[in-house]
Design a protein around this ligand. Structure first.
Ligand SMILES: Nc1ncnc2c1ncn2[C@@H]1O[C@H](COP(=O)(O)OP(=O)(O)OP(=O)(O)O)[C@@H](O)[C@H]1O
Ligand SMILES: [Mg+2]
Length: 368
């Protein structure tokens, strides 16, 4: 399906490695928030049935509508994307249906540009896609649309084999489906945690050369601490080891996208580094918990203040799974007010639950 030529397409970066537990989700979430801090409008898409990126922004359980519904034409991105506590960053969440119906995306994975077309006209500059740890249909769907793929690699003894397999699969998809797919580099993550890590890192650098980022993301306990608080580490600790490294990696990603110089990877210049760091520090001071508003029906950004483009059609069903393309939506809103309010309500209700469960514990266990 070709998109209308006047509808701007965002630059799409898929974060993928076939290997599990290499910091794909951590990287996708942190790059998304750092790119936002650099002044871009960013949509983070969670295509992993585990829903870790969605949970990372405090959305749990997974909502009823999200990435799967948008890809299959059952929902418009404007209706189901969630705004976050970070001005300019939106989340297209994973859903239970993605978990249960992943096989229905098989067709989308063979079709060049379907996800890109579904996201056209949203007004975002960049889309970051968190992929599952396998070449599942969802991954193929992302790679069939992406401008570039970024591969996080944890330098453990099996890292090299995993990377070679991943590289091979990407090459295959580029040849068969998406000739535009570029490489946005290999990012070494959780460096310094394995005795053999330095050796593995050296082997990967020797073999993949320039493709490997100069900056490495070191192992940092703040990452787990941040995850527990539903915050990206770049927000919790922008001046720390991993937080600062993700800011550096973001700058390197932007340089790499610029160097590719493909029509689909051109971005306006980023804001300044100091400005980005200040924005992260500001978010740190204003965000102490997941401040994403509760994902309820009809809370997508187009719903606020009426439907986008005067669209009165209430029928959310698409003609078929892949037939119709949602019309371009209005730009996402910048208002965070009620998200903050709901976040505070969440904290207060959490305290109530804690008080209640504490009371029940005392009742059943007879403790003091
Ligand atoms: N720099 C880091 N320092 C310490 N812990 C980290 C770091 N990066 C990631 N982690 C932790 O490693 C674990 C795996 O990270 P993550 O979930 O991002 O990997 P993944 O590749 O997305 O996993 P999966 O393949 O299951 O999707 C998480 O517990 C995360 O908090
Ligand atoms: Mg993950």
């Amino acid at each position: 399906m070709a998109s209308a030529p006047d509808i701007p397409l965002p630059v799409m970066v898929a974060v993928f490695n076939q290997k599990g537990g290499v910091a794909k989700t951590t990287t996708a979430c942190n790059l998304a928030v750092c790119l936002t801090a650099f002044g871009y409008r960013v949509l983070l898409v969670d295509l992993d049935t585990q829903g870790n990126a969605t949970n990372s922004f405090g959305v749990s359980p997974l909502p009823a509508s999200g990435a799967f519904e948008v890809i299959t034409g059952r929902a418009k991105v404007a209706d189901v994307a969630l705004d976050t506590a970070y001005d300019g960053l939106w989340l297209l969440p994973a859903t239970m249906s993605l978990r249960d119906n992943d096989h229905l995306l098989a067709h989308a994975g063979r079709r060049r540009g379907l996800l890109e077309t579904r996201l056209a006209g949203t007004g975002v500059d960049l889309v970051i896609v968190d992929c599952p740890p396998a070449l599942a249909a969802a991954t193929a769907t992302a790679l069939a649309s992406a401008s570039a793929v970024l591969m996080p690699v944890r330098p453990d003894p099996f890292a090299h084999e995993g990377l070679v397999n991943t590289w091979y699969e990407i090459k295959r998809i580029r040849e068969a489906v998406n000739v535009q797919l570029g490489v946005a580099g290999i990012l070494l993550t959780m460096a310094g945690s394995e005795a053999t890590g330095d050796d593995v890192g050296r082997v990967i650098r020797a073999e993949f050369g320039e493709q490997v980022y100069g900056v490495e993301i070191n192992t940092d306990p703040k990452v787990a601490e941040a995850a527990q608080m539903s915050l990206p580490v770049a927000v919790l600790d922008p001046d720390g080891l991993a937080g600062r490294a993700y800011v550096d990696a973001t700058e390197e990603l932007l340089r790499r996208l610029e160097r590719q110089n493909r029509p689909g990877t051109r971005l306006r210049p980023p804001g300044g580094r100091d400005e980005a760091l200040n924005r992260l520090r500001e978010w740190r001071s204003t965000t102490h918990a997941a401040l994403l508003r509760t994902p309820t029906d009809g809370q997508g950004w187009a719903k606020r203040g009426g439907k986008a483009n005067g669209d009165d059609d209430d029928d959310d069903e698409a003609d078929d799974y892949f037939g119709s393309t949602p019309r371009p939506e209005q730009a996402p809103p910048a208002n965070r007010g009620h998200a903050l309010l709901l976040g505070l309500l969440g904290i207060v209700s959490g305290m109530w639950i804690e008080a209640l469960t504490g009371g029940l514990r005392r009742l059943f266990l007879g403790g003091g």
